[in-house]
Each structure stands twice: as structure tokens, then as C-alpha cells.
Design a protein around this ligand. Structure first.
Ligand code: URA
Length: 480
């Protein structure tokens, strides 16, 4: 049976997946089967190398929907979860996804039902895959294997990594983007990737012994790691959770860990004595963030004559509201959202029934960017680069507060959280899952409403109110 062959056996269908992570293939076949009214218990999804023993007779082909077949419904939330879940190693994942898709046709709001066992399971798969990807970004370590003999030949770096799920292809873009100018290979037991600076190729599974262990570049890496290692930040339990021991063996710097841990207390004491601020490691308290942002000069805005404005609100708030940057009045008061945009926000929150004092309110950029015009300081939108630079602080706040929901007000705030630009009109109305397990909801910035008038203003106010109402409903669902 070829990979692309689907066989209808009596009233059963067998779909042979060509790859264990081919979401597009699953989606096309699932759509076709739903349109032909094939219930989930009549389909077997078979991974490469697997067999559908219960369905081993008959040979009819996939059903073809007729032209009048109804379009298939799939909510944004379902598609988002399904795209990730398809990379899990659970052999039942494609069957689960098909069952959910089938059920969505008669119950379009099913994904909101947190008590539903299928919904819960797909959320678990999604989370496990995102966590695996996060670990891969953090723990892949390249080792130098060849110094090119020809003058033009670039050095070749090779990394060994053992992902839990089928994430290699999914994460290829991250490494290409990050190490675009290097020649590298990532070897894993599930397959390999090779980049020569221009072209990405896939290769077969590898063994750990195929990858080098130890090279001169590692000494450099160890020195670098020792220099950025921050003793004030050392929490052994958290370190083990974030950097499970199973990854240590592939990381050159892990050899240093016992030594660094032992010296940590001493170094912390001397840092405090010298009064040095720390810009290499994420602060672990809101006070530490507040102190650090005042001294931050990592982008040109920090160099203006102004104050950094720290977020405010409970340290364990379930909702974090993120704006763009402080305005003139916020810069003077040293508090977020106290000027005209803050008044619009406060009124809308109150009308929706969201208690601002229970939320943690902050900004994607901590300093006010402006141009002076006579006595007035006129707001200037921060550049994407400035937002990306300041992301460090907003992420530190988020890691400390650990909100369940994040509400981004406007495009700069959304970029500050996602690290990429999204269109508000496309992103609003549905949650976006974040790597830390929280949900991002996106809406317009209140200043945008202030700039409109007439029918456009009324329409945008309605949309803004609807977005806040969705956040309120979600908070209630989460028991907040
Ligand atoms: N606009 C923002 O985005 N944040 C503030 O704090 C004030 C105005």
C-alpha cells in the first residue's frame, strides 16, 4: 500500500499518513471525510510504518464529496491547537483531531467546553509540543566539526538533540533564522536537518555517536556562560524544572554547573557589595524589574529625558493588560494609563465588569517616546526594534506575575508579547496560546478610539467592548 493510498474497506476508511507530522495532509483528508459524512469510528489514521490491523480487508478508495457538500467548520482555536497537537507522538492524535472536527460540525462552541475530555486532551498535546519546542530552542548546542580547508568553505557546526515529539521540521525555521550565516546540522533520533547558509535539507534519523562531543568552541561557550551566569538568580529547583537533567549531557556549560553553583553565594555577596546592576539575567521580582528599567539604555528611547514607567497591580493577577508605552502624563506620574487613554480604558473596563485594580497593567515599552514641539511633547510610535528590545522587561514581568490571560491593547503591545506583528482586525476575538500556557487576547488601543469620530468611532467602540466582554467571560470560565 503506498503512503498516499487511502482504502475504503467495507464502510471503513484507512488513511495512511505520509509523515508523522503532516498536518496539511491530515487536514485535507479530514475535510474530505467530514464532507462525505464519515463518522470517526469508521476511519483509521495510520502513521508511517504502522498498520490498521482491524481494517485489513477491502480496497475501495477515499470517498469524494459532491459539489453541494457543506463547507467544513473549524474554529480558529481548534486549528491553532490541532496544528501543534499533530506533532505529538501520541498514536491517537489524528483520530482525536478527526473526532473533534467531526463534533465541531454540530457543536461549533465545543472548544470552549473545558470539561470535555477530547478538548482537554488536545490542549494537553498542544502544551507538550510547545514545551518541547521551547526546550529545543533553549538547549540545542552546536559543536564545531570542520574548519573549512578552502578559504571560502564555512565551518560546520553539528548539534545533537533528542526531542520528545515530531518537532524537528516545525522548528527548522527558528534555527535557519537564528543561525542564517552558519553552516550547521541538527541530528536527532527522529531525523536530521542540514543548512549550508542557503538551502535547508532533511536527512535520516541519526545516533548520538554521529555527533561530535567536545571541541575548542566549547571552551569559548563555557567562558561565555560563566561570565553571564548570575549567582543572584540561582534557584536550583527552578533551574532543574526549566533545564531538566536529561538535556544537560548535550550542553557544554553543564560541566560548569556544580562549580558555578558552589561559587554562587560568594559572587552574589560581592555583586551586592559593589552595587552592580545586573543586565544579563532576567530579574525575578517586580522590584528588581522596576530598578532595572530605570537604568536601561538598550534602545534610544531610554536615552531621552524621561522616566521609566513600571507596571502596577497585584503580583499574582490573573489578567495582565499591556499597552504600548507610557504617554506624557504617565511619564510625569510614573504610573501606566493615567492620562486620556487610561480614562477610556478605565470606563470600558468598568462597563464590562473587569476590576482594573485586580489586573496587572503595564506597557510593551517602558519609556515615553516623543518629539518636543515647543512646550509639548508629542507621542511617537516606538519602532518594532524598540518594542523587541523592551520585550525583555515585559517578559520578566509576565514570568513573575504568571497571568492566565494577557490582554494586548494595540499592535505594539501584541508585538511585544508575540515577537511578531499581527493585524488587530485578524487577531481579535480568539485567544492565542502563549508558550507559558497563558492566553493572549488582542484588541485595539484606547488612543485609537480617541482619534476616531462619528460612525467609525461608534463601530470601534462596540468592537472594543465586545473584546473586553470576551476576556471577562474567559476569566469567569477560569474561575476568576
Ligand atoms: N498609552 C499606553 O499604551 N500606555 C499608557 O500607559 C498610556 C497610554
Amino acid at each position: 500500500m503506498t503512503a498516499l493510498q487511502h482504502v475504503k474497506l467495507g464502510t471503513y476508511y484507512v488513511v495512511n499518513m505520509p509523515e508523522p507530522d503532516d498536518f496539511g495532509f491530515w487536514r485535507d483528508r479530514a475535510r474530505q471525510l467530514v464532507q462525505c459524512d464519515v463518522p470517526p469510528d469508521r476511519v483509521a489514521w495510520v502513521e508511517p510504518g504502522g498498520t490498521a490491523s482491524l481494517f485489513s480487508h477491502g480496497d475501495r478508495r477515499m470517498p469524494v464529496p459532491d459539489l453541494s457538500a457543506r463547507p467544513v467548520r473549524a474554529s480558529k482555536r481548534f486549528m491553532q491547537l490541532a496544528r501543534n497537537a499533530a506533532h505529538h507522538t501520541d498514536p491517537e492524535r489524528f483520530a482525536l483531531l478527526y473526532r473533534l472536527l467531526w463534533r465541531l460540525q454540530s457543536n461549533p462552541r465545543m472548544m470552549e467546553d473545558k470539561a470535555d475530555s477530547d478538548v482537554r486532551r488536545v490542549e494537553e498535546l498542544d502544551k507538550a509540543v510547545r514545551r518541547d519546542a521551547h526546550k529545543m530552542h533553549a538547549f540545542v548546542r552546536f559543536r564545531l566539526v570542520e574548519e573549512g580547508d578552502e578559504p571560502e568553505a564555512p565551518e560546520h557546526y553539528v548539534a545533537w538533540f533528542e526531542p520528545d515529539h515530531h518537532i524537528l521540521r516545525r522548528e527548522a525555521g527558528f534555527f535557519v533564522h537564528r543561525f542564517a550565516n552558519m553552516r550547521w546540522s541538527i541530528l536527532t533520533p527522529r531525523g536530521s536537518l542540514h543548512w549550508d547558509g542557503e538551502t535547508l535539507c532533511e536527512g535520516p534519523p541519526a545516533q548520538k555517536s554521529d555527533a561530535p562531543s567536545g571541541d575548542p568552541a566549547e571552551d569559548l561557550w563555557r567562558k561565555y556562560y560563566a561570565s553571564i551566569f548570575n549567582p543572584a538568580r540561582l534557584k536550583i529547583g527552578a533551574m532543574l524544572k526549566e533545564m531538566p537533567k536529561k538535556y544537560w549531557k548535550n550542553m557544554p556549560e553543564a560541566a560548569l554547573i556544580p562549580e558555578l553553583v558552589a561559587g554562587a553565594q560568594q559572587r552574589e555577596a560581592s555583586m551586592v557589595a559593589e552595587g552592580k546592576a545586573d543586565f544579563t539575567a532576567k530579574p525575578e521580582t517586580l522590584d528588581a524589574v522596576a530598578k532595572a528599567i530605570h537604568a536601561c539604555r538598550n534602545c534610544p528611547i531610554g536615552a531621552l529625558e524621561n522616566h521609566a514607567v513600571m507596571g502596577e497591580g497585584p503580583r499574582d493577577a490573573a489578567l495582565m493588560i499591556v499597552g504600548e508605552q507610557p504617554g506624557d502624563q504617565e511619564d510625569i506620574a510614573g504610573r501606566p494609563f493615567v492620562g486620556p487613554a487610561g480614562q477610556v480604558l478605565d470606563a470600558a473596563l468598568e462597563e464590562t465588569g473587569i476590576d482594573r485594580s485586580a489586573a496587572y497593567v503595564t506597557n510593551a515599552v517602558k519609556h515615553f517616546k516623543y518629539v518636543q514641539r515647543g512646550k509639548r511633547r508629542l507621542h511617537q510610535t516606538p519602532t518594532a526594534k524598540e518594542v523587541d528590545t523592551c520585550r525583555w522587561w515585559q517578559e520578566a514581568e509576565r514570568a513573575i506575575v504568571k497571568p492566565k490571560l494577557v490582554l494586548a491593547l494595540g499592535a505594539s503591545a501584541a508585538r511585544g508579547i508575540l515577537g511578531k506583528t499581527v493585524s488587530i482586525s485578524k487577531a481579535r476575538g480568539e485567544p492565542i496560546s502563549l508558550d507559558d500556557g497563558s492566553e493572549l487576547w488582542v484588541t485595539a488601543h484606547p488612543s485609537y478610539l480617541l482619534r476616531l469620530d462619528g460612525a467609525a468611532k461608534a463601530q470601534q467602540e462596540r468592537l472594543f467592548a465586545a473584546d473586553l466582554a470576551a476576556v471577562r467571560a474567559r476569566l469567569a470560565e477560569l474561575g476568576q
